[in-house]
Design a protein around this ligand. Structure first.
Ligand code: GLV
Length: 326
């Protein structure tokens, strides 16, 4: 019998067509985030799930899906999935690493440049028709070229950010669980420092690390207070790594100068106080959002689901111990 799958958000037609060649596909043409009850009802008779980072796959949802054998997350991060609950049921979990690194690093740079040079704020000002009164010493920003960049989390995306930073003559330091091999440090022109040094010495702090219980609120009031008053924080990792309330206080009080944020603690809900902060540049979790990259991610998620449900090892399996237990 053909396996049945649920695709939780709208995907490119090419991806749906590919999935339909292998499965009976139920999709979400309205492209709204499915609430927990709807997701539970729609997954009850499915063998596979094609999910997004906006879907919460927790133990209750797993329990509501007795036939489920695979969850293919169309994202590199999988903090939205209770992997232990899936593993305990023999459900394979996959993600989409490797195909979005450069695109997400581009977004990190876009946010860094926008926050440093006040692009969004001055764009709003121009649109309000206020340009004629600009003085020569107004709209002053911060130089990105030649500045000190500290990258927290030096995986593939952090390394892609570091490679870009060389083109801006930035001095790059990083903090990571493990030291990178010397060849990668050399290619990234980056040196390992402890987290306090990174916070104290960087003009820009870029977050590119996964969200786990260990990284919850890694950046809170104490860490923000250690940063330079002129420093700028960029978060292209996950909300939750930063304590949003502490960040709002720091941006209001001038503890740090500005922030470029693609991710938020309770997204898609947004703390309304962010909207009042001229020194925060906000994007709606679009780090990987180019057509080419979203297509690669979706096709990789499809490859993963096709492999997992046919009994093969998926290309990017998050819980590799599961097949042995099946
Ligand atoms: C996006 O945030 C992803 O994890 O791919």
């Amino acid at each position: 019998m053909t396996d049945r799958i649920l695709v939780t958000r709208r995907v490119f037609p090419e991806v749906t067509e590919r999935l339909r060649r292998h499965f009976e596909v139920e999709d979400n043409p309205h492209d709204r985030i499915l609430d927990a009850d709807t997701l539970a009802a729609r997954i009850a008779d499915k063998d596979g799930l094609f999910s997004m980072a906006t879907d919460r796959i927790d133990a209750a949802l797993v329990a509501a899906a007795p036939k489920l054998r695979a969850v293919a997350n169309c994202a590199v991060g999988y903090n939205n999935i209770d992997v232990a609950a899936c593993s305990a049921r023999g459900i394979l979990v996959t993600n989409t690493p490797g195909v979005l690194d450069d695109t997400t690093a581009d977004q990190g740079f876009a946010l860094m440049l926008a926050a440093a040079r006040r692009v969004a704020e001055s764009d709003r000002w121009v649109r309000e028709g206020r340009w004629p009164v600009a003085a020569s010493i107004s709209w002053l920003g911060t130089d990105v070229h030649g500045a000190a960049l500290g990258i927290l989390g030096m995986g593939r995306i952090g390394q892609a950010v570091a490679r870009r930073a060389a083109g801006f003559s930035m001095r790059v330091s990083y903090h990571n669980r493990n030291r990178l091999p010397a060849s990668i440090e050399d290619a990234c022109r980056a040196s390992l420092v402890d987290m306090d040094t990174l916070l104290r010495e960087s003009d820009f702090v870029m977050l590119t690390l996964p969200y786990t219980p260990n990284t919850h609120h890694l950046i809170g009031a104490a860490q923000l207070a250690r940063m330079k008053p002129g420093a700028i924080l960029i978060n292209i990792a996950r909300g939750g790594v930063v304590d949003d309330c502490a960040l709002i206080d720091a941006l209001r009080s001038g503890t740090i100068a500005a922030a470029g944020l693609d991710v938020f603690e309770h997204e898609p809900a947004l703390d309304a106080r962010f909207l009042e902060l001229p020194n925060a540049v906000l994007t709606p979790h679009t780090g990987s959002a180019t057509r080419a990259t979203r297509m690669k991610m979706a096709m990789l998620a499809a490859d993963n689901l096709i492999a997992a449900l046919s009994g093969a090892t998926p290309p990017s399996l998050v819980n590799p111990d599961v097949p042995k237990a099946r």
